[in-house]
Design a protein around this ligand. Structure first.
Ligand code: ZN
Length: 110
């Protein structure tokens, strides 16, 4: 799947995320998505039982967005190889909850 916006407009009180393209790509690809949560955690990066992008890609690019879409499918959390993670949910609470569950499992392994 290749996603590339013709025009992407964002508005708000703060600067948009450097991963705005990835967030927009996920909203476009997954109807019903109300929250996309991206972060960085060494513990989560080290988990081997989560879907992970095949290649490391430059952050903030449409190439990175498409790399994530390639493995997202119906998953709620995807590891961005050598970068971070992205969690998806209907609400911020749901996306955050998916990360908290995984983070708790990662911490139990230490
Ligand atoms: Zn990042």
């Amino acid at each position: 799947m290749q996603w590339l916006p013709a025009v992407l407009t964002v508005a708000g009180l703060h600067e948009p995320s450097s991963e705005t393209l990835m967030h927009a790509a996920i909203y476009a690809a997954r109807p019903g998505t109300g929250a996309v949560f991206h972060g960085h955690s060494e513990e989560i990066l080290g988990m081997t039982d989560l879907p992970v992008t095949k290649r490391e890609r430059p952050y903030g690019t449409a190439v990175m967005a498409n790399e994530v879409l390639d493995v997202l499918g119906g998953h709620s959390v995807v590891i961005m190889r050598n970068h971070g993670f992205v969690a998806v949910g209907r609400t911020m609470g749901e996306a955050n909850g998916a990360v908290q569950t995984i983070d708790g499992a990662a911490n139990e392994r230490h």
